[in-house]
Write a protein that binds this ligand. Structure first.
Ligand code: IPD
Ligand code: CA
Ligand code: CA
Length: 264
């Protein structure tokens, strides 16, 4: 029986694992072996695979009955999303990692029947740790986080370029122009899970990207919601884990401001 104690223990275990996995990322010192996935912009290294293997092996030893949806696998679209599921992005911000920008995250979500109930996002370079359990708030480096009411006029809007998808480049350019004139300033940092956690912790007023995958947002969406923020696709629908989707996020004010700009 899946209880609150079970979720708390699982959270503690995931935190321990992402910290250990973070060492693999930070200490990566052999030459990178880089492979292309969808195209020359969508890359994977041996470290993405090593972190994913480490997390999957460790989690499956303790939770052998929980399924996995992980980025560097070929299970997308094939995995049964019902019941208990771990959703893993081993290195969110692979381009940042390849280019040694020290701004990537490890993201592990635990979902039950298609809804994240435990989420952890960890940046091993600066040790920023974000986590949440559904119904029990979200925490940033041990402190509860609550979104403010800041308008996009007063704050930064983070965005992603959906750069793996040529068909979205025009749309990304158009949305950028519209948002830029209506907000304080914009940022493209290169790791969607961190971007969404930055909305949860009021570093960003809002964030959007024309297409993300479930492993990019599965953990961070719970962290943002538990902080009182909103996250949907551009049409206002709840995010699911069965497909890639547009994502718009914000606090109770900025979400609506940004969504309106993306609608117009
Ligand atoms: C990517 C990053 C990036 C976003 C892409 C994602 P990856 O994840 O989150 O910020 O723009 O859409 O796919 O490939 O580095 O794990
Ligand atoms: Ca990612
Ligand atoms: Ca990744």
């Amino acid at each position: 029986m899946e209880t609150l104690t079970y979720r708390k223990k699982l959270l503690a275990f995931i935190i321990k694992l992402v910290k250990k996995a973070g060492k693999i990322v930070v200490n990566a010192n052999t030459d990178l072996s880089i492979d292309e996935k969808l195209n020359f912009k969508d890359l994977v290294t041996q470290y993405d695979k090593a972190v994913q293997d480490y997390l999957e092996n460790s989690l499956s030893k303790k939770y052998p009955f929980v399924k996995f949806l992980a980025e560097e696998g070929d299970d997308f679209g094939k995995v049964d999303l019902s019941g208990e599921l771990f959703i893993i992005d081993p290195i969110d911000g692979t381009s940042n990692f390849i280019n040694k920008l020290n701004a990537s995250a490890i993201s592990v979500a635990y979902a039950v029947d298609g809804e994240t109930v435990v989420g952890v996002v960890y940046n091993p370079f600066n040790k920023d740790l974000f986590y949440a359990i559904k119904g029990f708030g979200a925490f940033y480096n041990g402190k509860k986080t609550v979104v403010n009411e800041r308008s996009i006029k007063e704050g930064l809007v983070g965005f992603g370029t959906a750069v793996y998808y040529d068909e979205l480049i025009e749309k990304t350019k158009q949305t950028f122009s519209k948002v830029l004139v209506n907000c304080n300033d914009m940022r493209r940092l290169g790791g969607a899970s961190l971007d969404i956690c930055y909305v949860a912790t009021n570093k960003f007023s809002a964030f959007y990207e024309c297409r993300l995958a479930p492993w990019d947002y599965a953990s961070a969406m719970l962290i943002l919601k538990e902080s009182g923020g909103i996250i949907t696709d551009f049409d206002g629908n709840e995010l699911t884990f069965d497909k890639k989707t547009s994502v718009v996020t914000g606090n109770q004010k900025s979400y609506y401001e940004l969504k309106k700009l993306l609608d117009d």
